[in-house]
Design a protein around this ligand. Sequence first.
Ligand SMILES: [Zn+2]
Length: 289
Amino acid sequence: MPELPEVETVRRTLNELVGGKRIERVTVTLPRIIQRPAEPEAFAAALAGHTIQTVERRGKFLRILLDGLVLVSHLRMEGRYGVYRQDEPVELHTHVRFRFDDGTELRYKDVRQFGTMHLFAPGEDLANAPLNKLGLEPLDDAFTLQAFKREVAHRTTKIKPLLLNQAHIVGLGNIYVDEALFTAGIHPERAADTLKAPDWARLYDAIRATLGRAVDAGGSSIKSYVNGQGEMGMFQHQLLIYGREDGACTRCGGTIVKTVVGGRGTHTCPACQPLPGNRLKAKVKPRAK
Ligand SMILES: [Zn+2]
């Protein structure tokens, strides 16, 4: 599933590719992608004649701002956008096509068919589902250490599921939570309210740094994520812990373990991320060479 850095990469790419283009006609071939309005015909009719001004992002949702409309799009598992000439063959699993008046069109392709699109009047989208219940934006200036702690530090929940909860912080998925917790040296099963001030400072820095590096690298290409221009993101080569179970920890040489935390596959170095009260168990033997 694309996470914040991937969606940010798609946003930037889409903004370059379709910003300023005027929609002539919209074709929906899989009605269930369109969540609002209820009728895909109404969706298509509303968009005709409107010009895309810019593409923004809220959490993992794209906000395509048009003159007088906002299209909110979530890629979910496998959704992808691409810009094509109108005479290019339409690939399988293409469900929505936005035909522009310059001979090109934006195509939305989604093998798993879990993606969604909602259409709103300007100003309505942020006040309504699905955007109205979203938490802090971790790359915004408003996401300070104080704001972060105010939102989560008093909670008794395990830190990993807490960071994954989009109602508190948006855009952090399984990959980047594992990376940030490893970087900060915090065990994913620690209850949030047991973290001390230095833990919060390290975790805050780790979240910003991990997401920032990933955005710079164009997101990860775990599974089949490809950004809007068809280029694979490069961040998977920089992952420190995610997907590296049974490998050696880059920091201490110990063995990375994979467990399940809150129903999600979780990668931890037991030595670098000790669970307080569990220090004996957390000790790892040096790997035999
Ligand atoms: Zn380690």
